[in-house]
Design a protein around this ligand. Structure first.
Ligand code: FES
Length: 169
């Protein structure tokens, strides 16, 4: 496949480096099971596309994996870890599921709103931070918790949130 430069996206997708990363995942599965590489491929392309997946990107991946585009859309729209529209430079996933709720996630969300002036599902005007409400992230023993980009932060307090926000670029 030739390099594809998708209009509207800042990074060229399916350059040789990205293809190699996707090929490495495909090589882990039988030749007729390319779809098994779908989720890691979506992660690779999302990271290369400033944190989100456009329809063009998903269609290009479907063509590369030789699977129906609907199969890519189904996965990308099901999991909260995939974004289908542009996001802030830093994505903060706040868990509000039962363990986190019982341990103060509502106060954490309220603190974010007061501190940043945005609610869940919104991005700051400067594009620096996006807040997202998510279901259980599997770190209930550290509730309330949140994920900032790739890192988990547990046992949150307002002071701890302020410290973490202060360290973001
Ligand atoms: S309920 Fe929040 S991590 Fe499980």
């Amino acid at each position: 496949m030739n390099d594809i430069h998708l209009t509207g996206d800042k990074l060229p997708l399916f350059n040789s480096d990205l293809r190699q990363q996707i090929d490495d995942w495909m090589a882990k599965y039988p030749i007729d099971q390319k779809q098994s590489a779908l989720i890691p491929s979506l992660h690779i392309l999302q990271e290369a596309n400033e944190g989100w997946l456009s329809e063009d990107v998903m269609r290009a991946l479907a063509a590369y994996l030789d699977i129906p585009a609907i199969s890519v859309f189904e996965v990308a729209t099901f999991y909260s870890m995939f974004e289908l529209s542009p996001v802030g430079k830093n994505k903060i996933n706040i868990c509000t599921n039962i363990s986190c709720q019982l341990n103060g996630s509502e106060e954490i969300v309220a603190h974010f709103k007061q501190r940043l002036g945005i609610g869940l599902g919104e991005t700051t005007d400067d594009g620096k931070i996006m807040l997202k409400e998510v279901e259980c992230l599997g770190a209930c023993c550290g509730a309330p918790m949140m994920q900032v980009n790739r890192d988990y932060h547990e046992n949150l307090t307002a002071d701890k949130v302020d410290q973490i926000l202060g360290e973001l670029e």
